[in-house]
Design a protein around this ligand. Structure first.
Ligand SMILES: NC(=O)c1ccc[n+]([C@@H]2O[C@H](COP(=O)([O-])OP(=O)(O)OC[C@H]3O[C@@H](n4cnc5c(N)ncnc54)[C@H](O)[C@@H]3O)[C@@H](O)[C@H]2O)c1
Length: 280
């Protein structure tokens, strides 16, 4: 049954519909919240439906009918196709695709199985192909379409013991440029946001295996010019930028949001920075 939802009339994304993958936590969750606050109706796409529903409920309490939770493994083409069809069925259109879902496997390349390699490639890159393929007719029909892919600082440099992740994040830059070139004719812009150290479950999953997780994070932050980590909401603001006309005229590019991590080949904070003290 088609559920009627009210089209919000205010905000940068008023009248727009966004499909956001990996929206059950971290950066994707923050993007769903921000996009809804900016007037979009959002499909929260992820594997953990109960979690997605909880977040959708929270958003709907503020903006009734703005959020829909959908179960989907983004490495499964049929599931992606179904989630896009369900988004359009519910909201009547699709303007924005945020390919945010991602995973990391830590290990040495010679120990990987083919299945492990394929899994990370499937979740991080092939998923973007699936999402674009099935969203394309709707983005074209909208006459202005926005595709925003989430890369990483690993789109530009290597990180120890994450060979497949690093490969996927580099590949995302190529895919972003290809989509930008081939689909501008249809009014679609495609850009990539490349976050640095962001405090999400993914980050803590990796830090928590260390004896002193907070200490390990502080040690890493000594390599970051601003001396701080990003919040998921910081990254979501850049996703929003590429999902609306604030970024008019920009396509095929990548935006590094990393508190200065990639600015220097060698760097060590000499002491506290002003960014470590909140401004009132
Ligand atoms: N946290 C960081 O420091 C950091 C840095 C650079 C890039 N990133 C990227 O940001 C993106 C979001 O990650 P995050 O940091 O918010 O971590 P996160 O673990 O909170 O979010 C990742 C999301 O992707 C979902 N996901 C994983 N596999 C999936 C699948 N097969 N199908 C559907 N959903 C799936 C997870 O359930 C989760 O909701 C990822 O692409 C990640 O590579 C994160």
């Amino acid at each position: 049954m088609k559920t009627k939802t009210k089209t919000p009339s205010a905000g940068r994304l008023a009248g727009k519909v966004a499909w956001i993958s990996g929206a059950t936590s971290g950066i994707g969750e923050a993007a769903a919240e921000l996009f809804a606050a900016e007037g979009a109706r959002v499909a929260l796409v992820g594997r953990r439906l109960a979690l997605g529903r909880k977040i959708a409920q929270r958003i709907n309490a503020r903006t009734p009918g703005a959020a829909l939770a959908l179960a989907c493994d983004v490495s499964d083409e049929r599931a992606v196709a179904r989630s896009i069809a369900a988004t359009v069925r519910r909201f009547g259109r699709l303007d924005i695709v945020v390919n945010n879902a991602g995973m990391v496997e830590i290990g040495d390349l010679h120990t990987y199985s083919e299945a492990q390699w394929d899994r990370v490639m499937g979740v991080n890159v092939k998923s973007m192909f699936f999402a674009f393929k099935h969203a394309f007719p709707h983005l074209r029909a909208a006459r202005r379409g926005y595709v925003v892919n989430v890369g990483s600082i690993s789109s530009f440099v290597g990180q120890a013991r994450t060979p497949v992740y690093t490969t996927t994040k580099h590949a995302i830059l190529g895919l972003t440029r290809s989509i930008a070139l081939d689909y501008a004719v249809h009014g679609i812009r495609c850009n990539c946001v490349c976050p640095g150290i962001t405090e999400t479950p993914m980050l803590w999953e990796h830090l928590n295996v260390r004896p002193d997780p907070r200490g390990a994070l502080n040690e890493r932050l000594r390599r970051v010019a601003m001396g701080v980590s990003l919040s998921p909401a910081d990254v979501a603001r850049s996703l929003l930028y590429f999902s609306c006309e604030d970024s008019a005229g920009i396509t095929g590019t990548s935006l590094v949001v990393d508190c200065g991590y990639l600015t220097a080949a060698e760097w060590q904070c000499s002491g506290p920075t002003a960014f470590q003290t909140p401004v009132r």
